[in-house]
Design a protein around this ligand. Structure first.
Ligand SMILES: O=C(O)c1ccccc1NCC(=O)[C@H](O)[C@H](O)COP(=O)(O)O
Length: 262
């Protein structure tokens, strides 16, 4: 079994356990469930936006530990203060060392937050809203087109936006009305190989109105300038910032350099 299949099997079991512990009614009663949702598309399309979706990521299946004891408050606050367009917080514990608590801490910041997890069930979308997320991710490689449509429409009914993550041309059939934001993952989630050109090749195939996000393996200003020239509005970056000894300072310097390059 490849890593993505392993994660999905684990996630389905985890969701079953969580459902037996906390009802939908209890999730809906949490204060964060009722707070206004921030729009990712508005933030990415805003004049002068850096477009950076800055990710808080302690470890990953491809790299192991990146920053095991990272402080979520310190890092997400610095990302926000220094110009991130949005935050991405991994909530998967087993494979990424994240937690719902990390996202709840990050919610102190007033910019859109992506719950970065492996969503296979409506329950996780209610849960995302109940911990303060504004956006969910649906990964085409682990869902059918019908499941994507159903889950994206469900997210929309709760006021949440969806990023549909694609990796291969065959997955273009997963695009639907409720998925106007599409992320192209440069990392093959089965082999971990990163190919920055993948975003550029796939971008040409997307419907014209799509808001395009390049994901994974982005580590330079040149990468972002090239993606922008090709119509990308968003850039999901985790490892490059998290692996720096001083993540807040490295992020601030990166944004400053980006702004002078644009
Ligand atoms: O990052 C991984 O190793 C990984 C492995 C299997 C499934 C998903 C994985 N990552 C999730 C992501 O999509 C990235 O965290 C995100 O795009 C940021 O990528 P990066 O800037 O390369 O950390």
């Amino acid at each position: 079994m490849n890593i993505l299949d392993t994660i999905v099997v684990h996630k389905k079991a985890e969701v079953a356990t969580r459902k037996s512990q906390t009802s939908i009614k209890e999730l809906e009663a949490r204060p964060a469930f009722s707070i206004p949702v921030r729009s990712l598309s508005d933030s990415l399309l805003q004049e002068g936006s850096t477009g950076i979706i800055a990710e808080f990521k302690r470890k990953s299946p491809s790299k192991g530990f990146i920053k095991e004891h990272a402080n979520v408050n310190e890092i997400t606050t610095a990302y926000t203060q220094h110009g991130a367009a949005a935050l991405s917080v991994l909530t998967d514990e087993k494979f990424f060392g994240g937690s719902d608590e990390d996202l709840m801490q990050a919610r102190k910041n007033d910019i859109p937050i992506l719950r970065k997890d492996f969503i296979v069930d409506e329950y996780q979308i209610v849960e995302a809203k109940s911990i303060g997320a504004d956006v969910i991710l649906l990964i085409a490689a682990c869902l059918t087109p019908q499941e994507v449509k159903h889950l994206a429409e469900f997210a929309r009914s709760l006021g949440l936006q969806t990023i549909l993550e694609l990796h291969a041309e065959e997955e273009l059939a997963h695009i639907c009305d409720a998925t106007s934001i599409v992320g192209i993952n440069n990392r093959d989630l089965k082999t971990f190989k990163v190919d920055i050109e993948r975003s550029l090749r796939m971008a040409e195939k997307l419907p014209a109105h799509t808001i395009k996000i390049a994901e994974s393996g982005i580590s330079s200003i040149e990468n972002i300038v090239l993606f922008r020239k090709n119509g990308f509005k968003g850039f999901l970056i985790g490892e490059h910032f998290m692996k720096q000894a001083d993540t807040p300072a490295a992020f601030a310097a990166f944004v400053q350099e980006l702004q002078s390059a644009l």
